[in-house]
Design a protein around this ligand. Structure first.
Ligand SMILES: [Zn+2]
Length: 145
């Protein structure tokens, strides 16, 4: 089977985020891999190459959606290595902010959700990921008051 067809056969489209989520082999680092022309290739890079063309030397594929197993070329752009590192660090700072959300806010989020606000609305409002919101709502995340 052609590589693009093999790739697409192991992708599930997330209708909320538009991510093409790779369901094939995923390494410990969270990135998907697919065997292509004698190598195990990173799936998102492969998806880019097969749909948009070669990746110039010195450039990396940045996944704007921050979903490592996403291989939707429309969620990616080519950036320099420095830019990619800068964005990655910005993402880390963002993640740390999530864990420092106060107990009161979590109660607010749960209350608003009970009152009918969607997870996506709340995520945008509190600048956290929909996943974090759903963790709060489902009481999965332990919160220190
Ligand atoms: Zn994506």
């Amino acid at each position: 089977m052609e590589t693009l067809a093999r790739l697409q056969s192991k992708v599930v489209v997330n209708k909320f985020t538009g991510c093409h989520e790779w369901v094939g082999y995923t390494a410990w680092n969270g990135y998907g891999y697919l065997f292509h022309e004698g190598h195990n290739c990173l799936v998102h890079r492969l998806a880019w190459k097969l749909s948009k063309g070669p990746i110039k030397e010195g450039l990396v594929v940045d996944q704007k959606c921050r979903v490592r197993r996403c291989c939707n070329p429309d969620h990616m752009e080519l950036v320099t290595t420095q830019e990619n590192v800068r964005r990655g660090l910005a993402g880390l700072v963002g993640k740390r902010a999530h864990t420092q959300i106060s107990f009161d806010k979590v109660q607010d989020i749960r209350g608003a959700h009970n009152a009918g606000s969607s997870i996506f609305t709340l995520a945008a409002q509190y600048r956290i990921s929909p996943k974090t919101v759903s963790n709060f709502i489902n009481y999965r995340r332990r919160v220190n008051s």
